[in-house]
Design a protein around this ligand. Structure first.
Ligand code: FAD
Length: 471
């Protein structure tokens, strides 16, 4: 390409290192680093509140690493890119691929329009280890079961490429474009009760992501396979928001693991990255995944419509301590440990009999790692209607889950201070505690902590009956 000005369009790749599109743009000429906030970019659904919160800080970090020269615009990316081309004579546009159905469609159209107008348009893989079309069964169809997808598909395919360094020659094309905004002008930090509280739990940006990875290697990776089930421990990486926003690439993580001796913990951690790949493959091959049951039999499931139940679940006021602890962790920190995501998800669909899509929407709004592929695939998995899903009749017992995975109650007490003085024996079922024990722990059920909103056994039986009827 002879031209010297090109656009790099940042999306879910908010980093400089191992950014294949950015590296190619730098090789091609002077770069206009562009970020476009398209409020409706997730289709009809708005960006979640916690997503906006994270995005604000992530853009700040990226802008800083670009010497405050990130060009920020708001609107339809295709319109903005075309007008920038008119203004600057840019001869190329570079981006890393995204896999949300509307983005796949939008990008294909943009690419063909640009090429028709003689502008080079190049897209790259910047956020997956293997793109959905690289992993398929021998007959070309997509895998529907995780283990063969990962073991036969991914691990037998080409090894993920080596991460790229930060481009050595990043020449930024100076620009004073009309319509350029500051990050603050995007108004991403909404007036939400939790906004400041959520961000105080995180460090954002590429450097923070790298620090998180190496801190996890030090403190969490050894014993990951077992330890990842215990929410009070630090055996999970908490890399998910960094991965979602592309502050770190899965390649960087995968290859960094290679510098350690292979252990069962490393194998298991790699396979969790494999689940992320599986979710993306499911979404790519089933664009209606966020809205429609993969297993159509569930279209007839008699979900209840009960706002009171939903509200109690959202606010962590169900009277089932381990569920409430998980929901409050989400509300306070923008994150929830995976074990808790499974427990609260199972409780919503199998004890409260509420549609998994209600849970998916709440998570979408509250999670800093809200990710269309992972969130919708995981909710379908927990509801029993997804690919390779937990069967509907396997219902988590929240009392046993608490007793097993938070035996000393460290996690539950952290988020339910009103129960902190209850002995372990009753922490997960305070309604069974004798009066004097409740009294000495200053717990008055129905006053400072709710009575259970459903009977666990009865609601479980109702769910199983509904499931039988659906079949
Ligand atoms: P680690 O255990 O350290 O795992 C490392 C990485 O592997 C994660 O960052 C993540 O990218 C990937 N990963 C781990 N477990 C899974 C999984 N089960 N499925 C897919 N990828 C996985 N994850 C999201 O990133 N965004 C979501 O919106 C999301 N919604 C979920 C909703 C429900 C109901 C459930 C049950 C799970 C959901 N997950 C989601 C998957 C999982 O809970 C999180 O990825 C994980 O808890 C993130 O914490 P971590 O980074 O410490 O994970």
């Amino acid at each position: 390409m002879s031209a010297s000005i090109v656009i790099h369009w940042f999306r879910q790749d908010l980093r400089l290192s191992d950014n294949p599109a950015l590296s190619a743009a730098c090789d091609a000429g002077e770069v206009i680093p562009l970020y476009v906030l398209n409020d409706k970019e997730y289709g009809a659904r708005e960006l979640g509140g916690a997503t906006k919160n994270w995005l604000h800080y992530s853009l700040k970090a990226l802008n800083e690493s670009l010497n405050e020269q990130l060009l920020i615009m708001r609107g339809d990316p295709a319109v903005i890119i075309n007008s920038l081309i008119q203004e600057t004579g840019a001869a190329g546009v570079f981006w890393n691929r995204c896999y949300e159905p509307w983005r796949v469609e939008h990008d294909a159209q943009l690419k063909s329009d640009l090429e028709e107008n003689g502008v080079t348009a190049k897209s790259f893989n910047g956020s997956l280890l293997w793109e959905p079309w690289q992993v398929g069964k021998p007959d070309g169809s997509p895998y529907k079961v995780f283990t063969p997808f990962y073991r036969k598909g991914c691990l037998q395919a080409q090894e993920p490429r080596k991460p790229l360094p930060v481009p050595g020659q990043l020449r930024i094309h100076p620009l004073n474009t009309e319509g350029a905004l500051s990050i603050d002008e995007l108004n991403l930090l909404e007036e939400r009760p939790w906004s400041a509280q959520v961000s105080s739990h995180w460090e954002h940006g590429e450097k923070a992501a790298q620090n998180r990875l190496y801190a996890f290697f030090e403190d969490g990776l050894s014993d990951y396979k077992d330890g990842r089930n215990f929410p009070a421990l630090t055996h999970t990486s908490r890399l998910s928001p960094h991965l979602h926003f592309g502050e770190i690439s899965p390649n960087q993580i995968w290859r960094a693991l290679g510098s350690h001796e292979e252990t069962r913990d490393i194998d298991h951690f790699r396979s969790e990255l494999g689940w992320r790949e599986f979710s993306y493959s499911l979404l790519f091959n089933n664009p209606t995944l966020p809205k429609s049951n993969l297993n159509e039999k569930f279209d007839n499931f008699p979900w209840l419509s009960d706002d009171q139940r939903l509200f109690a679940w959202q606010k962590g006021q169900t009277g089932i301590p381990i569920v409430d602890a998980g929901m409050r962790e989400l509300w306070q920190t923008g994150y929830m440990h995976n074990r808790l995501r499974m427990i609260v998800g199972s409780f919503l669909v199998k004890n409260l009999l509420l549609d998994w899509r209600l849970g998916e929407e709440w998570f979408w709004d509250c999670l800093v790692d809200a990710d269309l592929a992972n969130n919708s695939a995981s909710w379908q998995w927990i509801a029993g209607c997804g690919a390779d899903a937990a069967p509907y009749f396997r219902i988590f017992n929240p009392i046993l889950q608490g007793e097993k995975f938070d035996a000393h109650g460290d996690y539950t007490r952290r988020f339910l201070p009103e129960l902190k003085d209850l002995p372990d024996k009753y922490l997960f079922k305070p309604w069974e505690a004798p009066k004097d024990i409740l009294q000495s722990a200053c717990v008055t059920l129905g006053e400072n902590y709710p009575l259970p909103i459903v009977d666990l056994k009865k609601s479980r039986d109702e769910a199983l009956r509904a499931f039988e009827e659906m079949k």
